[in-house]
Design a protein. Structure first.
Length: 405
């Protein structure tokens, strides 16, 4: 989605009549934001019930972060429609942004949002009048939750992924970091439909940070990926500041894109250096991409790991380092450390199919490996501490670790 499509009309509207369906007094539990600013909104909004998707929606609403005060609400309809997004800092909304014109794929920019604040929203499709609601928290808090996911592979693994709905909804992440292979074929619109419908129990209540991958790529990036998501920079690699955490999403599809060493790697160097220059430095720096730097399985993929180390890891080390690398591609769970102290994690939410062991990079040490169950990572950031629980499709804990600064 190119920035020119993000223009939206921002109007003040009357209170919405659906306010009484949000859960009453339970809709505004409080959490400690960790920043000590009494003006910061610490509301923890109650997620709406997981209800069937109205027929007017082809894809249910989903959310991306364009900049620190702008969230993009997107959805797709089966026919050409218009629509609007009511939104506000309470279930009565108070503001409305409208679609620029008739279309199937809709992107609406919610602008001038308050950093760290909780928002409620409701998308309406016209002329059907169908609605779907959600919540989100604008980046800016130093206490928040995020989920890491990889290898979802809709539609082939959608049945496995759907089993995670209960543990994800119980955790209620504010952000989801996707390390790629969200679908089997990124050029197939039907498969993207399955992705969004499979993730519907949570996708409308989280800020999604997706990455391109070997199943979702192309020379210059995957065109459907770029059309669907409202993300910054060139929509292939980009940075997102989440309170005291900087997230760098990278494109590791080096066989499809010869410009990665000449364009992406210098960008990566500059971003990591800026995170350590003494000016509003984040407490944590996280990098997410598809091809893992460390893996004790898939011996035949050792060349991919070597490329990642030569171009990404060496650049990161020289520029000041990151705390956590999130990856996918190899279909099993493994937590490793990279020489120098970087924590490296592979998860596979869709399927588990580890192959021939061997070929790990010499700078990698495997700490915890699971070859038997699907996994996703549930992370909690509280100021200078980040804790992680890796769970399977039943919510059972596979691994746990923490990073403290």
């Amino acid at each position: 989605m190119r920035t020119v499509l993000l223009l939206a009309v921002l109007l003040v509207s009357a209170a919405c009549p659906h306010a009484d369906t949000w859960g009453g007094d339970d809709a505004a539990a409080e959490i400690d934001s960790g920043v000590g600013d009494p003006a910061l909104d610490t509301t923890e909004p109650e997620w709406p019930d997981d209800e069937p998707i109205p027929a007017a929606f082809d894809f249910p609403p989903f959310l991306n972060v364009l900049d620190p005060t702008t969230v993009i609400v997107s959805w797709r309809t089966a026919t050409v429609t218009t629509g609007s997004v009511r939104f506000g800092r309470s279930p009565t909304y108070g503001q409305v942004a409208t679609t620029p014109g008739p279309s199937n794929l809709h992107h609406v920019a919610l602008v001038q949002l308050v950093p760290g604040a909780a928002y409620y929203y409701e998308v309406t499709v016209e002329p059907a009048g169908a609605t779907r609601r959600g919540v989100f928290v604008v980046p800016g808090r130093s206490e928040f939750r995020f989920m890491h996911s990889g290898e979802l592979h809709a539609p082939s693994q959608s049945g496995n992924v759907a089993k995670f709905a209960a543990p994800i909804r119980a955790f209620r992440p504010h952000v989801v970091i996707e390390s790629g292979d969200m679908v089997d074929n990124g050029d197939d619109l039907h498969q993207w439909r399955t992705y969004f419908r499979t993730t519907a129990p949570w996708i409308g209540n989280v800020l999604l940070l997706p990455s391109q991958s070997n199943h979702v790529n192309g020379n210059g990036g995957n065109s459907l990926f770029q059309a669907l998501f409202g993300i910054p920079n060139n929509e292939r690699w980009y940075a997102t500041r989440l309170g005291n955490v900087q997230v760098l999403n990278l494109d590791s599809t080096y066989t499809a894109n010869a410009d990665l060493p000449t364009t992406e790697v210098p960008w990566l160097r500059a971003q990591v250096q800026a995170a350590h220059d003494g000016h509003d430095d984040p407490t944590f720096v996280i990098a997410s991409w598809h091809y893992p730097a460390c893996s004790s399985q898939y011996r035949t993929r050792s060349a991919e790991r070597s490329w990642v180390h030569e171009h990404f890891i060496s650049t990161i080390r020289a520029a000041g380092g990151v705390d956590l690398v999130l990856a996918a591609h190899d279909r099993y769970y493994e937590r490793s450390t990279i020489t120098g102290g970087i924590v490296h994690v592979i998860t596979a939410i869709g399927n588990v199919s580890p192959e021939i062991p061997g070929g790990n990079h010499e700078d990698c040490t495997a700490i915890k490996t699971s070859r038997t169950g699907q996994t996703t990572g549930l992370y909690t950031v509280k100021g200078s501490a980040m804790s992680a629980r890796i769970v399977d499709q039943h919510g059972a804990e596979i691994d746990a670790f923490s990073i403290e600064k």
